[in-house]
Design a protein. Structure first.
Length: 205
């Protein structure tokens, strides 16, 4: 029997959460190893790219969260079989990942330097990506990004959007998404209520 271990941070969200949900949706047991941020800093040099999440399949290490999403998405039925719809799914996940990278570049900054970097994001790249994702959502029919049903793309974008609009990012207004891309705000509320998402959290309660 194949064994799986997913190593990610000890919180609900981020790059690792769509993979956790896909594991649950597929009914595949996995070891959900969660690291605190101090633990991550201690072990970072042992990681292939110094980043999480990391997926181990029978002890073989696989990196890159979008690759994890595609792999588990196929196993759980949360990834399109149609090639064009799969392309749309990949595009949305890639855009969410790029958005995350833009924010990640500002992590570790402090004071005026952080404010300047975040203000620039709010005035430029964040609205660009939020509007672009909203356009993809409209192309998909307005409810989902691909295949007219829930896919890992919806999960990936949901957790990215939730983070951006959480109010936890200094100098990023919590209402930015509602102002710039209200359709994404509605999508986030919808995905939070999806049966597969609710079932995952109920299983952890």
């Amino acid at each position: 029997m194949t064994t799986y271990k997913l190593t990610y941070f000890d919180f609900d969200g981020g790059r690792g959460e769509p993979v956790r949900i896909a594991f649950h949706a597929a009914g595949i047991p996995f070891e959900d190893e969660r690291w605190s941020f101090p633990e991550f800093q201690e072990k970072r040099d042992s990681l292939r790219f110094g980043a999480l999440p990391v997926l181990e399949i029978d002890g073989v290490v696989v990196t890159q969260s979008n690759a994890h999403c595609r792999y588990l998405g196929r196993k759980s039925g949360l990834y399109p079989e149609d090639e064009l719809q799969a392309l749309y799914c990949d595009e949305a996940m890639g855009a969410a990942e790029d958005l995350t990278h833009h924010i990640a570049r500002t992590m570790g900054l402090e004071g005026d330097e952080l404010k300047k970097a975040r203000d620039a994001l709010v005035a430029g790249r964040l609205p660009t990506f939020l509007r672009g994702l909203s356009e993809m959502l409209v192309r998909g029919g307005g409810k989902y990004f691909a295949d007219k049903r829930l896919t890992v793309a919806d999960l990936k974008v949901y957790y990215t959007v939730r983070w951006v609009g959480s109010g936890s990012l200094d100098h990023v207004p919590a209402d930015l998404i509602e102002k710039v891309a209200p359709k994404l705000a509605a999508h986030a509320a919808q995905i939070a209520g999806e049966p597969v998402v609710k079932a995952y959290y109920e299983s952890r309660a």
